[in-house]
Unconditional design. Structure first.
Length: 298
C-alpha cells in the first residue's frame, strides 16, 4: 500500500494521465479564467499593502484548502497562486516587491508545510465521513426494500416504490465510489460493498414471489427485521465514530429466527415459492455474519 503523501501525488498524476484532451482543455481554460480574475483583484488591491497582503493570504489559503480537498486538481489550484504571485509582483515598486515576495513566500511555504502535516489526518477524516454517508445510504436502501415487502400497495404503485429504491441506490453508488477512491482499494475489500450485495440478494424476494399477499402472514416479522437492521447500521456508524467497539447483532438474529420458525410452520405451506423465502432467510443470516465482521474489516 502507498503512504499518504504518495497517495496524493498518485492521484494528481493519474488524473492528468487519464484525462481526455477535451477535459484537459476545459481544466486549462478554467484555470486561465481563475488566474485572470485573481490578477484583476490583485491589481485592484495593490495600492494598499495591508489589503494586498490580506488578499494574498486569502488566495493562498483558499487554493491550498481546495487543493487538499480535491487532490486530483491540486496542480491547477497551485498554478493559480503561483502565476498570480509571479505576474502581480512585476507591477509593484521594489520595496513592495520585497514585502510581496517575503510575505507571499512565507504564507505559501507555511501552508504547504501545514498541508503535508495535515494530509494523514485529513484523509482519515474524509474516509470516516464518507463511510458514515455510505452506511446512511445503505440504511435508507434497506428500509425502502422492506417497505416494498410490507406495503400492500406495492403492486399497484410499483413505480413509486421502485423509484425510492433507485434513489437510494444512486446515493449509495456515488458515495461508495468516492470511498473507493479515498481508500485506494478494490471494491471487494470494502465491507460496505459486501453489505450492499447481500441487501440486493435479499431484495430479490419481491420479484421471486408471485403473490404478494403472502407477506401479510409475516408482516410483523419483516417490520421487526427492518427495525433491527436499521439499528445495525446505526451501530456501524458508532464504530466508525469510535463511540462503540462492538456491533450487537443478537436482536437481528432473534428476529430472523422468528421469521424462519414462521416459515417452517406456515409460509412453507401457504407460499407458491417457498424456496424464495429460504434464499431470503439465508441472505439475512449472511448479512448478520458480515455485520459481525465489520469491525475487523475496517
Amino acid at each position: 500500500m502507498i503512504d499518504d503523501h504518495e497517495w496524493v501525488l498518485a492521484r494528481i498524476f493519474h488524473h492528468i494521465a487519464t484525462a481526455t484532451p477535451y477535459q484537459r482543455s476545459q481544466y486549462l481554460l478554467a484555470t486561465g479564467i481563475a488566474i485572470l480574475f485573481s490578477l484583476i483583484i490583485a491589481r485592484g488591491t495593490a495600492s494598499w499593502l495591508p489589503l494586498h497582503a490580506f488578499y494574498l493570504f486569502v488566495l493562498t489559503t483558499t487554493t491550498t484548502y481546495f487543493g487538499l480537498k480535491y487532490t486530483q486538481y491540486f496542480i491547477y489550484f497551485f498554478s493559480i497562486t503561483l502565476i498570480t504571485m509571479i505576474l502581480n509582483g512585476a507591477h509593484l515598486t521594489w520595496q513592495h516587491e520585497v514585502h510581496f515576495i517575503v510575505w507571499g513566500g512565507a504564507i505559501a511555504v507555511g501552508l504547504v508545510f501545514l498541508q503535508w502535516l495535515l494530509i494523514p489526518g485529513f484523509r482519515v477524516r474524509a474516509v470516516r465521513s464518507c463511510r458514515i454517508k455510505t452506511l446512511h445510504a445503505l440504511d435508507g436502501m434497506s428500509q425502502a426494500l422492506f417497505v416494498c415487502l410490507t406495503n400492500t400497495d406495492y403492486k399497484e404503485d410499483l413505480y413509486v416504490f421502485e423509484r425510492r429504491i433507485h434513489v437510494q441506490k444512486t446515493k449509495y453508488f456515488s458515495r461508495v465510489y468516492r470511498l473507493i477512491r479515498l481508500k485506494n482499494c478494490h471494491s471487494e475489500h470494502l465491507p460496505e460493498v459486501r453489505l450492499f450485495n447481500l441487501l440486493m440478494e435479499c431484495a430479490q424476494l419481491r420479484r421471486r414471489v408471485s403473490d404478494h399477499t403472502i407477506f401479510s402472514l409475516c408482516r410483523n416479522e419483516l417490520l421487526a427485521i427492518a427495525k433491527a437492521m436499521s439499528q445495525i447500521f446505526c451501530n456501524m456508524k458508532w464504530v466508525i465514530q469510535q463511540k462503540s467497539e462492538v456491533i450487537d447483532t443478537e436482536i437481528l438474529n432473534e428476529q430472523i429466527n422468528q421469521l424462519e420458525n414462521l416459515f417452517y410452520s406456515v409460509i412453507n405451506v401457504a407460499s407458491r415459492e417457498p424456496l424464495a423465502f429460504l434464499l431470503f432467510i439465508a441472505g439475512l443470516h449472511a448479512f448478520c455474519e458480515e455485520a459481525n465482521d465489520f469491525c475487523r474489516a475496517l
